[in-house]
Design a protein around this ligand. Structure first.
Ligand code: SAH
Ligand code: ZN
Ligand code: ZN
Ligand code: ZN
Ligand code: ZN
Length: 513
């Protein structure tokens, strides 16, 4: 299981990277309309540029938009690299081979056959993560197979499938029931009739099962997700195999039209997009994608509605606030803490971290949103919005200033509220953790500011590490072919141990800060 801390660190790294201005790897979006990036199995690749000390390196490269780990997708190409016909053909063949074995239509046909079967013949192979038809049983007889798959179970595929645990690509963190139910109730109270679920399979299935059970709240839902396993459980009009980092529909135009029709139904009235992307993902490509979905929705509007915005819930950690608002200035952050099932640190309970850092960013007016008082949220009469129990109204800032749910403290020198654990540092001239290094990042690591390492070995660069590594690897391959495997293995092990230790310390520091 991917350690929850990895996710936390990835997130913090992006936070610190975005705070320090651009460092690490950035995505470039060429303005040329004729621009088309080479394709990997996950659709168009993204163009990356390595940035160090705030300066872009000149040589740019293409890499996979979806996979952060080269093990999952090893696409790499320098921007100026010319490929032979033979290599292009091989790449195309590879891309085809990587596509799912069944078309979307075939999946639907299987599903229809499956639900016709009597209960005793409905089997699910846990190893292959696949519903089995009777003529396939033989091939899975050595596997762990679950029998008597009920309609109720078919309606909750996120409980049947195991969550993907791939650390860097698409680790799945499923909503705790309480948070998921809160979202469904909120969407229904706000009067939405259609929900575009982008990377929220558990929300999708809860809406779908609520809709069929309770005629009153008949909300429709369409799931867009890269996890192809979900295609076994849904008809074409409720699931599209989709990559949210490049707006790629794996099933081409037909799937894109499903999405378009969904957004544009009723002239775009009554629809909202809810998304919970992987936190290690870069914010900018996501923003570019969401703007494309917004544009698709807008095309269906009549002229006089042109000032309206597509309502959006973007679920993401609170420390991305400035980054998200950079791309969507109308968004604000709700105090509601989103809890997860399979996330030890982010869920409530005895062992879990009490305060989840995950929030909802939205352009739905904050005064329309009621947070559950039974979970401790309360209305601030001055701000006219619901806040966490300990989020106190600061009379100097004239708002409820806490971002993380704890009671913040006003610093008169900084002229703003700061985390309770911070103290005002006369050298830095602002508040910071006690024990921070006052020299700042200049002589230490460019990314995290620590003095004991340089940026190249920073344990904090997880979000862009893969892309960085890709560059390093290419360089290494050229300069350093002779290195013996054993030594390499040993030295890598050693660094990874110390890195892990440092990471742990950093995560600890974050949790206690
Ligand atoms: N909390 C949500 C799940 C969030 S986990 C819920 O309970 O419904 C992130 C989700 O995004 C997963 O479902 C994962 O499959 C999906 N995902 C990851 N990378 C993606 C990509 N590149 N494009 C589309 N979906 C992606
Ligand atoms: Zn790829
Ligand atoms: Zn099997
Ligand atoms: Zn204040
Ligand atoms: Zn201060």
């Amino acid at each position: 299981m991917a350690s929850p801390r990895d996710r936390l660190e990835a997130v913090e790294a992006e936070e610190s990277a975005s705070r320090r201005g651009s460092s690490g790897v950035e995505v470039v979006f060429p303005s040329d309309p004729a621009f088309s990036a080479p394709l990997c199995p996950h659709g168009p690749t993204l163009l990356f540029v390595k940035v160090s000390q705030g300066k872009e390196e000149t040589r740019r490269f293409y890499a996979c938009s979806a996979c952060r780990d080269r093990k999952d997708c090893n696409f790499f190409q320098w921007e100026d690299e010319k490929l032979s016909e033979a290599r292009l053909a091989a790449r195309e063949a590879h891309n085809r081979r990587c596509q799912p074995p069944l078309s979307r239509r075939q999946c639907v046909e299987r599903y229809l056959k499956f639900i016709e079967l009597p209960l005793t013949q409905r089997k699910f192979c846990q190893r292959c993560q696949q519903l089995l038809l009777p003529d396939e049983w033989g091939r899975h007889c050595e596997h762990q197979v679950m029998g008597d798959v009920s309609i109720t179970q078919l309606r909750r595929p996120s409980q049947l499938l195991y969550p993907l645990e791939n650390k860097k690509a698409n680790a799945q963190y499923l909503f705790a029931d309480r948070s998921c139910q809160f979202l469904v109730d909120l969407l229904s109270t706000l009067g939405f009739r259609r929900v575009l679920c982008v990377g929220t399979p558990r929300l999708h299935e809860l809406i779908m099962s609520t809709a069929s059970g309770d005629k009153k709240s008949n909300i429709k839902s369409l799931l867009l997700d890269i996890d192809f396993r979900y295609s076994q459980f849904y008809m074409e009009d409720s699931f599209c195999h989709y990559n949210m980092f490049n707006h790629h529909f794996f099933d081409g135009k037909a799937a894109l039209e499903v999405c378009r029709a969904f957004l544009q139904e009723d002239e775009g009235e009554g629809v909202i997009m809810v998304t919970d992307p992987p936190f290690g993902g870069l914010v900018e490509p996501l923003a570019v994608t969401f703007k494309k979905l917004i544009a698709m929705w807008k095309e269906g509007q009549s002229q006089d509605d042109s000032h309206k915005e597509l309502p959006i819930f973007w679920i993401f950690p609170y420390f991305f606030e400035s980054r998200i608002c950079q791309f969507f200035p109308s968004f604000c952050m709700l105090d509601y803490q989103v809890d997860y099932d399979n996330h030890a640190l982010y869920k409530h309970g005895k062992t879990g971290r009490k305060q989840s850092p995950v929030r909802i960013f939205t352009n739905v007016p904050r005064d329309k949103i009621i947070l559950p008082t039974e979970e401790g949220y309360r209305l601030c009469p001055l701000c006219q919005r619901y806040v966490s129990l300990d989020n106190q109204h600061c009379e100097h800032c004239n708002s409820c200033t806490s971002k993380d749910g704890r009671k913040w403290r006003h610093c008169f020198l900084c002229k703003k509220c700061v985390k309770p654990s911070w103290i005002h540092c006369g050298i830095c001239n602002h508040c910071a953790l006690p024990g921070h290094s006052c020299e700042g990042p200049k002589d230490g690591c460019f990314i995290c500011g620590e003095l004991d390492h340089k940026r190249s070995t920073c344990p904090n660069i997880a979000p862009s590490k893969r892309a960085n590594k890709a560059v390093r690897k290419q360089k290494q391959r050229k300069s350093n072919k002779m290195k013996m495997e054993t030594t390499k293995g040993q030295s890598m092990n050693h660094t990874s141990v110390t890195r892990k230790k440092k990471r742990r310390e950093r995560a600890h520091q974050y949790l206690c800060s």
